[in-house]
Ligand binder design. Structure first.
Ligand code: DAH
Length: 339
């Protein structure tokens, strides 16, 4: 019997298995009730008393060894499954997130689309501009505060090159090189020397519109503004024009729309006035036309300019301007469903 046990110990030592089924088969062969070790336990009863001590020791050694070996084999296959083979093909994949349009781009596109439907085409100009296009051609007086370093970022020492403070500079660029009819919409970034806060930034975005032709009147401007406002903010929107001043338009006006949050009844957003200001506009000053070699006795025109951030705030109630340039993904993802 002792030889039999020793042979089995040697066998157990050399056991290998390549999967859980094989291990289970070994467990049944060695350790189950009907296994070889149990059979030996039964035989043990008939072992002569003087041999019982030594045979018993060997038998226990065999039992422990078999148990240990099978446990080791089990552990080895478990690790293997974890590291190499375990790919759960039934799992759903992670949703694939595409990027979103920036809210400023969404609104810019919406504004340009409305004017495109009225026959305007998009025109763009440089952000680094000269004094002529930003100020002088647009009838700014020599001592206008916008020409001050406090308000404008100048680039060159002679102070002729600067970062444009408004997109009105594109008006000049287009009128210098084209004769009427001119119908353009000019979106772009502008810069001003402002301290950054929740309501001001050193750069922001504007859209400028310019229409020059024979017999263009203030009534045309008003109708265009009304149509634009209704398309942008809803068909119930009302507009009102207040007299104002800009060097490049005469007469000039600022336009308010009925507050799109309270419908004009009055709320904290419109400071309980029922109106919110959205743009500046007016009839192109004859001096500006002449500066661009357009005959002001034959042609007239209107221009308007608005801040895209302002319109975006009205649409989406973004209270802090700085959010637009911080690239916080939690802010930007809120516009996933917008166009
Ligand atoms: N350029 C002006 C500004 O930055 C906005 C503006 C006002 C543009 C009146 C216009 C206009 O074309 O007619 O505040």
């Amino acid at each position: 019997m002792i030889e039999k046990i020793n042979a089995l110990i040697a066998e157990v030592d050399g056991l290998t298995a390549s999967g859980s089924e094989e291990i289970e088969a070994l467990r049944i062969k060695f350790l189950s009730k009907k296994g070889v070790i149990n059979a030996l336990m039964n035989d043990f009863r008939s072992v002569p008393a003087e041999e019982k001590h030594i045979v018993g020791q060997r038998l226990n050694a065999l039992k422990n060894k078999a148990q240990e070996k099978i446990n080791t084999l089990k552990e080895a296959t478990l690790n293997k499954v974890d590291n190499e083979e375990f790919i759960d093909l039934t799992r759903t994949s992670y949703p694939y997130r595409v990027g979103t349009r920036h809210p400023i781009s969404i609104i810019k596109r919406e504004i340009c689309d409305i004017f495109a439907r009225l026959g305007y085409s998009i025109a763009e100009g440089p952000e680094i501009e000269d004094d002529w296009h930003v100020f002088t051609s647009l009838n700014f007086a020599d001592d206008h505060p916008a020409r001050d370093m406090q308000d404008t970022f100048f680039i060159s020492h002679g102070e002729d090159m600067l970062l444009r403070t408004h997109t009105s500079s594109v008006q000049t660029r287009i009128m210098e090189n084209n004769q009427p009819p001119i119908r353009i919409i000019c979106p772009g970034r502008v810069y001003r020397n402002e301290a950054i806060s929740y309501r001001a930034h050193c750069f922001f975005h504007q859209v400028e519109a310019l229409y020059v032709d024979k017999d263009v009147s203030f009534a045309d401007l008003q109708q265009t503004l009304l149509l634009f406002s209704r398309e942008m903010f809803g068909q119930d929107t009302k507009i009102r024009l207040r007299p104002s001043f800009f060097p490049f338009t005469e007469p000039s006006a600022e336009m308010d729309i009925s507050c799109n949050l309270c419908g004009g009844k009055g709320c904290p957003f419109c400071k309980h006035t029922g109106w919110v200001e959205i743009l500046g506009c007016g009839m192109v000053d004859p001096n500006v036309l002449e500066n661009c070699n357009i005959d002001s006795k034959v042609y007239s025109g209107f221009a308007l300019g608005m801040g895209i951030e302002r319109i975006t705030n009205l649409k989406y109630q973004v209270k802090d301007l700085r959010l637009f340039s911080e690239n916080d993904i939690r802010f930007l993802r809120q516009f996933e469903t917008a166009l």
